[in-house]
Design a protein around this ligand. Structure first.
Ligand SMILES: [Zn+2]
Length: 192
């Protein structure tokens, strides 16, 4: 997925909240941002001229590593994370991988015709997936490396497209209706 990671992680927090858990604004922000953190490896993919889904940095093992880093950084920054919030950070990181695999599973379940192939090396390092040969990764800038596949991705994989749109749209509505928008704006000093 491209842009639905952070919205999806935000929705995950709200769904868990329905079961009586409450989260401070910093906890919510950390969990939501954790959903987008794994794609930092686009920089590494660009440098190596490889698809970033084929790197160690998009595997469950690496998510545990990022999780520990986030926990330490939050501790150093004085963000008191509850046990539930700490666990949700890991869930958010793993949700990222699940969403990146969404296109492949949609194909398997007949929700879209085009086969993007498995994206995530769930069993790494026991089982690896070879690099895709069709991918043209010889781009001159990180921006084109990230955005060049997007039009084809958006047109070719309707389940991915609608997944991105629906998740993002629902999260925007929930963000506004739940009043979280005012919590955030109030926290950054835009409303009093
Ligand atoms: Zn990703």
């Amino acid at each position: 997925m491209y842009f639905a990671h952070l919205p999806a992680s935000y929705l995950m927090v709200k769904i868990v909240g329905l079961f009586g858990f409450s989260f401070s604004l910093p906890e919510m922000v950390v969990i939501a941002i954790s959903g987008a953190i794994p794609d930092i490896d686009l920089l590494l993919g660009f440098a190596l001229r490889r698809g970033h889904h084929r790197l160690l940095t998009h595997t469950p093992i690496w998510m545990v590593f990022i999780w520990l880093i986030v926990v330490v950084v939050c501790d150093l920054a004085g963000i008191g994370m509850s046990l539930t919030a700490t666990v949700l950070v890991l869930c958010s990181l793993l949700l990222h991988l699940i969403l990146d695999e969404f296109g492949w599973w949609s194909y398997l379940f007949g929700l879209q015709r085009n086969n993007c192939g498995p994206q995530i090396m769930w069993l790494y390092p026991i089982k690896k997936i070879p690099d895709s040969e069709n991918e043209d990764l010889k781009t001159s800038s990180i921006i084109s490396y990230c955005l060049k596949p997007f039009p084809q991705y958006f047109n070719k994989y309707p389940a991915n497209r609608w997944g991105e749109i629906i998740i993002t749209a629902i999260s925007v509505v929930v963000f506004m209706v739940s009043g979280d928008i005012f919590r955030v704006l109030g926290d950054v000093g835009l409303i009093f």
